[in-house]
Write a protein that binds this ligand. Structure first.
Ligand SMILES: C[S@@+](CC[C@H](N)C(=O)[O-])C[C@H]1O[C@@H](n2cnc3c(N)ncnc32)[C@H](O)[C@@H]1O
Length: 394
């Protein structure tokens, strides 16, 4: 879809085509196209069907809002989901003025800017891509937020963050070769982003969860956020947005639980009755010691994020499994133990293990009607396997 095709979608005729395409969701694509072609030309038919398909996919991130929003395939892929953007916007409001003026310097199709506007911010947004900027503007209108949002086509490098209460930046992490994990390959480039952040009174910078710690600016608070157990992103807060108490934080959504670094060091010790797997946000934020303290546990290995303990503690910060056995890793021995216990169905997890899970599953030649969870890891430098009962419902 190009800008002309998108502009046509916003006309009354385009909206009718899109509404009809939406009603044909799930129909055979050829039949749907044939039906729309009776009324609309090929370009509008194609734009309407593509947009209807994107809206369908987007409900996973945007819920019911997706039914009236507009997307591009890349814009949807890169957009922040509603719950995560909403958490960040609420945090920003809590940090300062009730109706801050925010500049969003890489707005995409508007995942963040819409949440910021909903939370009460006035948002000026830019994006270098004209189609993406047009989509963001249309989304603000579609959700009744047009009076709080302006979007223009511009390069972030030309923005003056000094003119706003808050700078928000979510640089593109895609290059022509796909996703990049190197901040130096972000767009706008990392030095441009850091310059903007350094000039802002308050800044929030969204980055990949795997960002090397050396890239975190001095004095910033880094917050790792997971949603339903999956780490989604890290946000670097500076100025009034950073909570001075902590330089590292993990937050769990949708529950809103948050954990900060206390500096506690976990002890290391032998396996107890349970093994706890900390949430990925806590692991990324180097808060495994804090989680171990919460469950009264110790680490199985000083370098690996598996905690063991003797009591069944319920916490949103870790998933608990009951240990059946801990063995040095040997295919022969593991196969024999699983056979003997009639275990024919295994879930396999691993951390710090080079074993190929699918290969192992086939090599185990499982047979039996019982199920187990197998964790492959290293314990005090020895390849080990922890056999657990099925996950407890914690
Ligand atoms: C990760 S997306 C933003 C997603 C957005 N926060 C959301 O939730 O929908 C990054 C956006 O930055 C834009 N971009 C890349 N380089 C830019 C630059 N130098 N100035 C402004 N925008 C830029 C891209 O076109 C892309 O739309």
């Amino acid at each position: 879809m190009d800008l002309d095709a998108f502009t046509e979608l916003l006309t009354p005729r385009g909206r009718r085509a899109l509404a009809e395409a939406g009603e044909l969701a799930g129909a055979d694509p050829v039949a749907a196209a044939t039906r729309l072609r009776r009324t609309y030309d090929a370009a509008l038919t194609s734009a309407a069907l593509t947009q209807a398909g994107l809206r369908e996919r987007a409900t996973a991130k945007f819920g019911e809002d997706a039914r009236v929003m507009y997307f591009t395939p890349h814009g949807l892929e890169q957009a922040t989901r509603t719950e995560v953007a909403g958490h960040r916007a609420a945090r920003l409001i809590a940090a300062g003025a009730p109706e801050p003026r925010v500049v969003d310097v890489c707005c995409g199709i508007g995942g963040d800017l819409l949440a910021l506007a909903r939370a009460g911010c006035t948002v000026e947004a830019v994006d270098t891509d004209p189609l993406t900027a047009a989509v963001a503007g249309a989304n603000a209108e579609a959700l009744g937020l047009g009076d709080r949002v302006t979007v223009r086509v511009a390069d972030a490098a030309g923005v003056e963050p000094e003119r706003y209460d808050v700078l928000f930046a979510d640089p593109a992490r895609r290059t022509s070769r796909g996703r990049t994990f190197d901040p130096m390959a972000y767009s706008p480039p990392w030095p441009v982003v850091l310059d903007l952040v350094s000039r802002a009174r308050t800044a929030c910078l969204k980055v990949a969860p795997g960002i090397p710690y050396t890239f975190i600016p001095e004095g910033a608070e880094a917050e790792w956020v997971s949603f339903k157990g999956e780490v989604k992103e890290a946000a670097l807060w500076t100025g009034h947005g950073a909570r001075r108490k902590a330089d590292r934080r993990a937050t769990l959504l949708p529950g809103g639980h948050t954990l900060t670094a206390t500096g506690v060091q976990a002890a290391v010790g032998p396996a107890g009755r349970y093994v706890y797997e900390p949430d990925g946000a806590a692991i990324r934020a180097h808060l495994v010691g804090e989680v171990a303290e919460l469950v009264g546990g110790r680490l199985l290995d000083p370098m690996i994020a598996y905690i063991t303990g003797d009591d069944p503690v319920d916490t949103p910060w870790a998933t608990r499994y009951e240990i059946d056995d801990v063995l040095p890793f040997s295919l022969k021995k593991l196969r024999a133990v699983l056979r003997e216990r009639k275990i024919g169905n295994v879930t396999i997890k691993k951390r710090a293990s080079a074993v190929d899970i699918e290969r192992l599953r086939s090599d185990l030649r499982l047979n039996g009607d019982r199920a187990a969870l197998i964790i492959l890891t290293r314990i005090l430098d020895k390849p080990s396997v922890i056999i657990c009962n099925q996950p407890s419902p914690s």
